[in-house]
Design a protein around this ligand. Structure first.
Ligand code: SF4
Length: 318
């Protein structure tokens, strides 16, 4: 995924002796904990840029007022070291890990430890409730929580970790269904537009819309979530899919949600589509939405645990 990259190298922070002996799990826990805290308090570079562009293009007085409040919120979160939104999310990790990354076997444990540390350090709101028992675990961890999705990359010794604090309004809600192929892509667009006009406002606009296509409901849903990890302003490599992204963006903008759904010229930060092949007799489609406070993070480690914070150029581990 192409992304603004700012090399932030922690060579100096690493104990040189440790680097020779192999990577230190304690070090990556500390970096990840700091990164989770930082991304709760600072929006990614691409989201900030797009919000600025939408504000510049806006003309509605109320919408302008709301954008100003959003930017004041962002400024105060930085100044006071507070999360940008009170819903600090249910943590989901997408791990693109090289098969030769030295800590591959410990990564889930490492990321869980980092989340526990960030939860008390930031602090992050407790957002994990055991289903049926209905008790809040008070740790942001629980049965199957946080979520881990994996892509294993053969022949690579690095690791790219996407962090996503999914909120109760943004991207935890979602819809998926399987269409008959005869219903065509037109029906898929109708499905997306229907969801946007019904539950789109569950997340605070301007929305970041992820649309997934695949063979089944669950592959489409996973693709919709994966679409939210792509940078704002990026496009699907397939020309037809990229064309649909633009059409959907125009269509959803025409609804005129404006910031916080109070009306305005634009509804979305963007629309991203991700797709995988389908069965001849099925066309799975899914949609999910991020919000204006789209706090996804992406950080890449090499085998020595030097890192690049791909989404947040100002992040530095101290
Ligand atoms: S939708 Fe986003 S901005 Fe709105 S409450 Fe949820 S996390 Fe916060």
């Amino acid at each position: 995924m192409a992304e603004k990259t700012a090399a932030v190298n922690n060579n100096e922070a690493l104990d040189p002796a440790m680097a020779h002996e192999g990577p230190d799990a304690g070090k990556i826990i500390s970096v990840m904990s700091a990164f989770l805290e930082y991304t709760a308090k600072h929006l990614p570079d691409d989201v900030l840029k797009k919000l600025g562009e939408l504000r510049s293009a806006e003309t509605e007085p109320l919408a302008l007022e709301i954008y100003d409040l959003m930017f004041r919120n962002i400024e105060m979160a930085d100044k006071l070291s507070r999360p940008v939104c009170q819903d600090t999310g249910y943590m989901q990790f997408w791990i693109r890990c090289g098969a030769e990354f030295p800590l591959i076997g410990e990564l889930e444990e490492i990321l869980t430890a980092a989340l526990l540390e960030a939860t008390s350090a930031a602090p992050l709101r407790f957002n994990v409730v055991e289903t049926f028992d209905e008790n809040n675990t008070g740790t942001n961890t629980g049965t199957g929580a946080p979520t881990f999705w994996w892509d294993i990359i053969p022949g690579w010794d690095g690791c790219e970790i996407y962090t996503y604090p999914a909120g109760g309004g943004c991207s935890l809600p979602g819809h998926a269904m399987v269409l008959m192929p005869g219903q065509g892509y037109e029906e898929a667009v109708l499905f997306v537009m229907d969801r946007m006009t019904s539950y789109g406002l569950n997340a605070c606009p301007p929305l970041f819309v992820g649309v997934g296509f695949g063979a089944s409901a669950e592959t489409a849903a996973m693709n919709a979530k994966r679409a939210l990890m792509r940078p704002v302003g990026s496009h699907n490599q397939n020309e037809l899919a990229a064309g649909m992204e633009r059409l959907l963006e125009d269509g959803i903008n025409a609804i005129g949600f404006g910031p916080q759904g109070m009306g305005g010229k634009y509804s979305v930060l963007g629309v991203n589509i991700e797709n995988t092949a389908r069965h001849p007799a099925t066309l799975g489609v899914a949609v999910t939405t991020g919000c204006w406070c789209h706090r996804r993070g992406c950080i890449e480690f090499d085998r020595e645990l030097n890192y690049i914070a791909k989404t947040h150029s100002d992040f530095v581990f101290r």
